[in-house]
Design a protein around this ligand. Sequence first.
Ligand code: SAH
Length: 455
Amino acid sequence: MKKKPPVKKGQQVELEIHSLNHDGEGVGRYQGFTIFVPDAVPGDTVNAKVISVQKSYARALLQSVITSSPTRIAPSCEHAAQCGGCQLQHLQYEEQLKLKQNIVSDTLKRIGGIDIPVLATMGMQDPWRYRNKAQVPVGLENGTVRAGFYEKRSHNIIDLKCCHIQHPANDNVVHTVRNILQQLSVPVYREREHKGLVRHILARTSFTTEEVLVAIVTNGRQLPKKQEVVQQLKDSIPNLCGIVQNINTRKGNTILGNEELTLLGRPWLREKLGNLHFHVSARSFFQVNPLQTEVLYNKALEYANLSGTETVFDLYCGIGTISLFLARKAAKVVGVESVEAAVHDARENANVNNIKNAEFHTGTAETVVPRLFKQGYHADVVVVDPPRKGCDEKLLATIAAMRPQRIVYVSCNPATLARDLKYLQQNGYNPIEAQPVDMFPHTSHVETVVLLERK
Ligand code: SAH
């Protein structure tokens, strides 16, 4: 029988932190029992208060640092202690990169039994102000409108003064919209009651064209004082290319609804990656770190190793960014994506760039790819870039049956990556190498590109 945990909720413990877990939380032991401490780093000795106890581990909140690790730094952000947005600001950037390499390497071994070279994480020279998108909740606190991130482990909104990982233009949009809502007394959403109106502010800024697109997400169609809101935004946001009202009347955490009204300009912004131009609409997925996106895509392109004669599948293609990167080096690219608006953008983007050898299909990869395979399509190289839950097994089985020479797997979740690599390894493919790329500095998230070759 397992021993009873040696700690209780509410207990104060002194711990030496020896490593970080996959969420970037410090890991210490108390009488041999594992305790996770967010905001603590390896080399720290800390006082922490236990907040929850499970069978094999507990979680404790940092109360004070008794001795500080040499890798600990003071976060540059005044909100770092409360904000749930960043998890690693108190850790030197070089150490963050090592942590991410370890997360990938450990997870591939532990979940997939896969032991391949995991290269050093490709990081940013200047890991600040890298985000092109802000998406923040709006709420009311004692009669004052708040807009910002959620506090850690809660849905209380921090009124964000400045976010150091955000493009300054996005910060400006958040402040401006908040001030306008306050000044014009536009009702804001009350999450607990599912009442009120404005629930989120979304801002997208292009690092290349500098256009700014604003979306105001509302719980209902009527937006009081609409004309004033639009006029004031027009007056205060430089390079504003459009304002949309996105309507989301559903309960829960999904931010965007399906209905959208254009209040000003156009409902998409112009973006540039490498020498390709893209239209990005508010609802389409677009990588949030444009500098690192080029690094990521170039790595995917390198692993695809195209000579110009290949047919390439780009699955989970979004607005066709990877597809168009590949199209100039391949005979033909076939993109598959489940969100119709994104496929619409993808086709438009192929046109904008005068690319004729890319076609796009709407539907889930797990239904479209088996259908295309039956129709006689073949692939020499397959690129997949699924959301966090990874690929459906039916899709992996079809890819294996298509027998491409190479598979390039782009992943934002090492755990599902490991699971899917294991399946592919058992079905004809050798994982060769993994390259972590830091798309999200100061957070515990990591993006990975893996090359697989047919056995
Ligand atoms: N490769 C793109 C998008 C990656 S994000 C880029 O780099 O920009 C993952 C994409 O997969 C999203 O656009 C999402 O809408 C889409 N998606 C989610 N589930 C899917 C499924 N089952 N089949 C196809 N596409 C899916």
